[in-house]
Design a protein around this ligand. Structure first.
Ligand code: PEP
Ligand code: MN
Length: 242
């Protein structure tokens, strides 16, 4: 899997923040297939800041993810938050995502390292590049070298954007690591109008791919509604990218 990221033109991974319903995922799957996009994201387990926010559909969401992927021939990425769920999540997806908040959850890193599934490792929101690469090493040391690194912004004093996108990480990772590096401008900025310029900048910096949140109806989304692009907005973005 990582060879594909390293050797082909930049890879687009798109989909909703959370899996919300069969209908929502079917709309996304059909749309991505029509755009000739092969990779779909969407999570059934959501690490929410508040325990009172939507936490994801869990196992039911995983089933919806798999059904959609099979129907539209898509490769999927979904988050696993807990060591006890690794097997179940792995049975329903192609790539396991480790979220920013779990980048230093060492038992999760080790469990996923033993799973033999490709892993998308997000940068911790307070993590240095060195700590991030050490997290990747935890996975690799268990025998799993199928790792994709994802820069998703770090927390700084700047609060105009949700996080600060550290684009220097892209050439640094290219120089220092054997793993592909992709960029998530959605969580990095939290603002729709910044997704296109930051996507262009990420590709110019050498990113192997982009990871973007889209939703059939963002104002109704159960999580991250301000940063998810609707289908028309995403089509415009695809047109505007090199
Ligand atoms: C996500 O990609 O669904 C997500 C929760 O992002 P992050 O872990 O980067 O906050
Ligand atoms: Mn999100």
């Amino acid at each position: 899997m990582i060879e594909q990221f390293l050797n082909s033109s930049p890879i687009m991974i798109a989909g909703p923040c959370a899996i919300e319903s069969e209908e929502q995922m079917d709309q996304v799957g059909e749309f991505l297939q029509a755009q000739n996009i092969k990779f779909m994201r969407g999570s059934a387990y959501k690490p929410r800041t508040s325990p009172n926010s939507f936490q994801g559909l869990g196992p039911e969401g995983l089933k919806i993810l798999k059904t959609t992927a099979d129907k539209y021939d898509l490769t999927t990425v979904t988050e696993v938050m807990d060591t006890q769920d690794v097997e179940l999540v792995a049975a329903h997806t192609d790539i396991l995502q480790i979220g920013s908040r779990n980048m230093q959850n060492f038992s999760l890193l080790k469990a996923i390292g033993r799973s033999q599934k490709p892993v998308l490792l997000k940068r911790g929101l307070m993590a240095t590049i060195k700590e991030w690469l050490s997290a990747a090493e935890y996975i690799a040391n268990e025998g799993n070298h199928e790792i994709i690194l994802c820069e998703r912004g770090i927390r700084t004093f700047e609060n105009y954007t949700r996080n600060t996108l550290d684009l220097a990480a892209v050439p640094i990772i290219r120089n220092e690591s054997p793993y592909p590096i992709i960029v998530d401008p959605s969580h990095a900025t939290g603002r729709k109008e910044l997704i296109l310029p930051m996507s262009k900048a990420a590709l110019a910096a050498g990113a192997h791919g982009l990871f973007i949140e889209i939703h059939p109806n963002p104002p109704e989304a159960l999580s991250d509604k301000d940063q998810q692009l609707n289908f028309d907005e995403f089509k415009k973005l695809l047109k505007a990218l090199p």
